[in-house]
Design a protein around this ligand. Structure first.
Ligand SMILES: [Zn+2]
Length: 493
């Protein structure tokens, strides 16, 4: 019997172990989509305890706790940090076979050197040990990023965000004690709020905030575009080169400028739009954002298929992103193809990454990307890594296999955390182990040639170099080999 979570975790064959240890393990991390708060990085905060780093804002854990019968007060409520942690520790043994079980113990090992299993017996010891460490300078958030060999991070930001912390990090990241920081923290432009006209009052409020952010008075659709373009330019000036959209599905309705002006007039006067008008408005905005992205050579990302805020009672009391979302079954293919085709037809299709939340859309996405790869650049249209509910062993394996079968895995830009937590970076390791295991298996089976050098290079590309080249971040990232520091071996090795 193998030891739980040892050095060969998820690596079943000798070849998989060789690929991981010799090629994947030491590669730095480019986290090109996540939700880390830039303020905490700018201020280099330290968490007081493990609960603050682990359980504040982590709806994956909250969902597991709720499913395990834990009352809300211990998830998002007013119980003390220790009481919340205790409930989480009681829940962990019940999360077996959920990725949370692996993530939890990988995070304990990699960040804190804790080899024990988290359960009610070990909870106090682990809490005290890890919380004690978290209060030391070595566990400031910048050092947590350094510890995981992170080389670049993209956050997720609304167009009206001031980006003050990104600016600070770009212009002078030094701390009061003079300590420098060389991990670029770049914004990503996520204009979901600028195209969701389902709630007239919310949209009017948003327009007011956009006016305040730009000093542009908005009374027509042209003004609205002008203000948003102003923010797009501003984001670019702060180093942004990536956009992101979270949508149930792409809208690609045909529209005319007069139609959209009339629709915007209704929005501006606080009138409710019908479904067709909302859809037409989103279609117009999506094309506009996509054209700006293309003009600037940005990469556009689309996260498609979440059915959000399903529990109105809990939405009312806790707000969005607190764990009441699930996989939706929206039709994706036709509108997505139409949207990409519109852009391609006018030669304005930027590099694009598509993420699906419904695994039933896997083959759809893997074949959709092939429709618009025009040979101008390798892997121009990407099918993104398994996301959210699919970000686990089974989901990642399926994504990698489908991508291999229907496109070129070798050109894949690989993993991202999509996380709000500074302790989520071992998810890259998890992905890399799964990737190496797939190759190792097929080399040993004789399904792939025993060309470790070539396959090792391909693995390093998927872990790091493909993303570096795809996003054109060569300048932001010195050559990895020059900067690479030997990775500290976890204590178990
Ligand atoms: Zn995200």
């Amino acid at each position: 019997m193998k030891k739980f979570l040892d050095e060969n975790f998820l690596l079943k064959t000798k070849t998989a172990q060789q690929l991981y240890q010799d090629y994947a393990r030491g590669m730095p991390i480019i986290d090109y989509h996540c939700h880390l708060p830039p303020q905490q990085i700018a201020e280099d905060v330290r968490f007081e305890n493990l609960t603050q780093a682990w359980l504040y804002g982590d709806h994956y854990k909250w969902r597991a706790m709720r499913a395990n019968g834990v009352a809300e007060n211990y998830c998002t409520g007013t119980k003390s940090d220790w009481e919340k942690f205790k409930k989480w520790a009681e829940t962990v043994p019940y999360t077996l076979r959920n990725p949370l079980y692996h993530w939890t113990h990988l995070e304990l090992q990699r960040y804190f050197g804790v080899q024990e299993i988290l359960n009610p017996d070990t909870a106090k010891r682990i809490y005290d040990d890890c919380s004690g460490k978290m209060q030391t300078p070595a566990y400031s958030v910048r050092n947590l990023l350094r510890k995981m060999n992170v080389r670049l991070v993209c956050t997720t930001d609304d167009p009206i965000d001031s980006l003050e912390y990104h600016i600070k990090l770009k212009e002078d990241p030094r701390l009061p004690d003079g300590q420098d920081f060389d991990i670029p923290i770049l914004p990503a432009f996520r204009p979901d709020n600028a195209m969701d006209a389902s709630d007239p009052q919310k949209m009017i409020d948003y327009i007011k905030r956009l006016e305040a952010a730009t000093n542009i008075s908005i009374s027509s659709f042209d003004d609205f575009l002008c203000a948003l373009k102003n923010r797009h330019d501003f984001f670019a000036s702060v180093g942004c080169s990536v956009s992101d959209h979270g949508l149930e599905e792409i809208n690609a309705d045909d529209f005319t400028s007069p139609e959209i002006e009339v629709i915007f007039g209704k929005i501006h006067s606080g009138k409710m739009l019908d479904q067709d008008e909302q859809q037409k408005f989103r279609s117009a905005m999506l094309i506009q954002f996509a054209e700006w992205d293309w003009e600037k050579g940005w990469v556009q990302q689309f996260h498609l298929g979440a059915l959000r805020n399903n529990n109105s009672r809990m939405l009312q009391s806790l707000g969005k992103d607190t764990g009441w979302d699930s996989i939706g079954d929206f039709p994706q293919a036709r509108q997505l193809a139409k949207f990409l085709n519109k852009l391609d037809s006018s030669n304005k299709l930027a590099k694009t990454i598509l993420y699906n939340l419904n695994p039933a859309d896997n083959e759809l996405m893997a074949t959709m990307i092939g429709n618009f790869n025009d040979g101008s650049v390798a892997g121009k249209i990407q099918w993104g890594s398994a996301w959210w509910f699919l970000d686990q062993k089974d989901g990642m394996t399926k994504q990698l296999n489908t991508l291999s079968n229907m496109s070129l895995l070798s050109r894949f830009i690989g993993m991202l955390t999509d996380s709000r937590s500074f302790l989520s970076f071992p998810r890259h390791e998890y992905f890399r182990r799964i990737l190496c295991n797939l190759f190792g298996d097929e080399i040993e089976n004789g399904e792939l040639p025993n060309d470790i050098k070539w396959i090792g290079k391909m693995i390093q590309d998927i872990c790091y170099y493909n993303a570096q080249n795809y996003f054109n971040w060569q300048q932001q990232l010195e050559p990895a080999s020059a900067k690479m520091t030997p990775v500290e071996k976890p204590n178990s090795l």
